[in-house]
Design a protein around this ligand. Sequence first.
Ligand code: KG4
Ligand code: ZN
Length: 344
Amino acid sequence: MTDCPGEYVLAIETSCDETAVSICDADGVILVSKVASQIELHAPYGGVVPELASRNHSADLKPLISATLEEAGLDWRDISVIAATSGPGLASSLLIGDTTAKAIAAALACPFYSINHMEGHLLSPFIGAGVEIPPHIALIVSGGHTLLVEVEAVGHYRILGSTKDDAAGEAFDKVGKMLDLPYPGGPQISERAEEGNPTAFDFPRSMLDSGDHEFSFSGLKTSVRYLIEKQLKPLSDKTLNDICASFQAAVVDVLIGKLRHAARENNSGIIAVSGGVSCNESLRERCRELAENEGLTLMLATPGYSTDNAAMIAFAAAARRAAGITGSSLNRDINPNLQLGETG
Ligand code: KG4
Ligand code: ZN
C-alpha cells in the first residue's frame, strides 16, 4: 500500500481482558476508540480467567470492528494499515486479536504492524500531541509492569529500572483483595483513599532511597497484611479508608521519588506517565506538583487511554510509521513475555 497522507490505521488490542478496537489517521489523531470491558465477567473470580477472556474476545471482536468503522464513517477501502498487540499478555487472548488483524491485513494487502503493548502504554501520553515523540523519561505503571524508561525516539527505549516483585497495579489489586474490595482493587482503593487519612498508618516506602531506578512493592503488601491481621474485625469504614489512603500514599511516594530521581539525571525536561495506575488521582496530582517544582513538562495519559485500549496501539503504529519503521511479517508470532524494546 502507498504512504498516502490520508491513510487510516485500524488497531486491535486483546492482550488481557479488554477487547478494544480503534482507528487513527497518519498523524495519530484518534477517530474512534472502543473498549468492550470484561471486568464484570471476571470480577466473581477475583482476577482474569484466561479461557473466559479469549472466548469473549472471539465473540466481541467482529461486532466491535464493525461498530468502530461505522462510527468513524469509514469502510474497509479507507483502511490502509492494520495493527495488533503481539505481547506481552495472555497467549490465548493475544492470539485472537493478532490472528484477526493478520487475516484482515492479508485480505486488504496492506501493511501489518505488530505492536508491543508496553510501547502502546509508553507513547499514550502523546496521543493528541502528534506522532513526533521527543526524548523524555517515561514511567509506566500498569497491572503487570512498573517501568522507568529513557526514551530517545520512537523504537529507541532504554529501561532504567523495573519492579523486583509486584507491579504497582498488582499491589493495588492484591491489597484490594486482602480488604475484600471488589476486583480490580486499584479504582476501589483510590476511591476509598479520598475519604481516608494518608498518615494514619506508616507503611514502608521500599527502595525509595536506594539510589537506583528499581522498585519493590511486596514488602509494602506484607506490611498491609500484618496490619489487617492486628485490626478488630470486621474493619470499620474509617479503618478501611485509612488503610487505603496510607497504602496509596506509600505507593505514590515511591513512584514520585523514583520519577524525580530519573528526571534529574536526564536533561530532556519532559516526563510522561502512563498505564492503568496513572488513572489514580493522587498520583496525577503529585505528578503535576513534581513537574511544577522541577520545571518539567508533564505528559499524562488521559484516563481513557491509561487503562488498556486500542487507541494507544493505533497511535504507536502511526508513530512507528511516521518514524520510517516498516511493518511486521505476517509470520511473526505473538510473544506473551515480550519485553519493551523488542519489536512485536
Ligand atoms: O494498564 P492496565 O489497564 O492493564 C495492564 O496492562 O496491566 O492497568 C490495570 C491496572 C490494575 O491493576 C488496576 O487496579 C489499576 O491499573 N488501576 C488503578 C486505578 N485504575 C486502574 N490503580 C490505582 N488507582 C486507580 N484509580
Ligand atoms: Zn496494559
